[in-house]
Design a binder for this molecule. Structure first.
Ligand SMILES: Cc1ncc(C[n+]2csc(CCOP(=O)(O)OP(=O)(O)O)c2C)c(N)n1
Length: 326
């Protein structure tokens, strides 16, 4: 049944998950600087409200397809932190024996259909899973995340059309960090990736609902994602939700300087203020949650660091595609 009102305990859970993602990424960045994370990945910092607000409505068996900024989506979906960290550190105890790394980590058990280093590539794959769900008729749905740059990919646009034609149980989530919105907010930009302000208007061309919302307000994300997910679950077909987001960071290695102008749109600060006003959060609870999350993330790091590397003799096993598939 559709839930649009968040009670205090749920608010704290949303807050906790957002802190977990931020803590995790910050920690991984430090590890990367020590040379312990061999492959790069994009940071989700500043977008936490989207993944957390969406995943709050998902069952463990529902699936999500992620992007080159995967950590937020995966953690919000409930992926095991130890095995994720081991994968990112290229250890044999990782989900994919340390061979997929951050860009291609895959864990069907938690419904995580993988990160994807190829922009837009997870979107058609998600539709395939949605078709599976439709055929099995087991009430499961798929969420497909992508960016505004990816929204211009042919495969993404074809998938929107096919999903609409086949009435697939899927929700498309475009996290739009387009410079156009930033220019509107007075930021300087180098080049635009789009000439339209809202990607969601493209939904009209496929005859599906399309709406744009603030991605920095987890409560707003929760409310609208709930409607689109319920719609898909009831067999009423796909929707395209667009969330405006502010990316604070580039890749794991980090920008030379953070995007300070985006900071007022920090979803964690936004929720913190809201929960303080509601009387749900005070300094003490905040500190407790933060330190518990630091502890959790540290345990995952300890697990990964103390895990063995894959054997050299296994270099070519479980590897698909290209010259490596010998
Ligand atoms: C098919 C493909 N083309 C280009 C790239 C290089 N690339 C990596 S991230 C990126 C930008 C993607 O923009 P968007 O989808 O808006 O995601 P954002 O980084 O804004 O989250 C590009 C072009 C790639 N990885 N894959």
């Amino acid at each position: 049944m559709l839930k649009s009102v968040i009670d205090n305990a749920e608010f704290l859970e949303l807050y906790r998950l957002m802190i977990r993602i931020r803590t995790y990424e910050t920690t991984m960045r430090s590890l990367a600087r020590e040379g312990k994370v061999p492959a790069r990945f994009g940071m989700y910092t500043g977008q936490e409200g989207v993944a957390v607000g969406v995943s709050a409505h998902l069952k463990k068996e529902d699936q999500i397809g992620s992007t080159h900024r995967p950590v937020g989506h995966l953690i919000a979906k409930g992926i095991n932190l130890n095995k994720l960290t081991a994968e990112l550190c290229a250890k044999s105890t990782g989900f994919n024996k340390g061979k997929a790394g951050s860009y291609h980590v895959f864990d069907p058990e938690s419904g995580c259909l993988g990160a994807n280093g190829i922009v837009g590539a997870s979107v058609p794959m998600c539709a395939g899973y949605a078709l599976r769900n439709q055929i099995k008729n087991d009430g499961l749905i798929t969420v497909s995340y992508f960016g505004e740059g990816a929204s211009n990919q042919g495969g993404v646009l074809e998938t929107l059309n096919l999903a609409a034609c086949w009435n697939l149980p899927i929700v498309f989530i475009c996290e739009n960090s387009s410079p156009i919105i930033q220019r509107m907010l007075g930021h300087e930009i180098d080049y635009p990736q789009l000439t339209i302000e809202n990607v969601s208007i493209r939904a009209d061309g496929y005859g599906i609902p399309g709406y744009t919302y603030n991605g920095w307000d987890v409560e707003e994300v929760y409310r609208v994602a709930g409607v689109a997910i319920e719609r898909a679950r009831l067999g009423k077909g796909p929707s395209l939700l667009e969330f405006k987001v502010h990316q604070f960071e580039g890749n794991l290695e980090g920008r030379l300087e953070a995007n300070e102008k985006d900071r007022p749109y920090c979803p964690i600060d936004f929720l913190t203020k809201k929960l303080r006003i509601k009387g749900v959060l005070d300094k003490e609870i905040e500190e407790k949650i933060r330190s518990q999350e630091v502890e959790l993330v540290q345990k995952a790091v300890d697990f990964a660091i103390s895990s063995p590397e894959p054997e050299i003799s296994e270099a070519y096993t479980d590897v698909f595609g290209g010259a490596f598939n010998v």
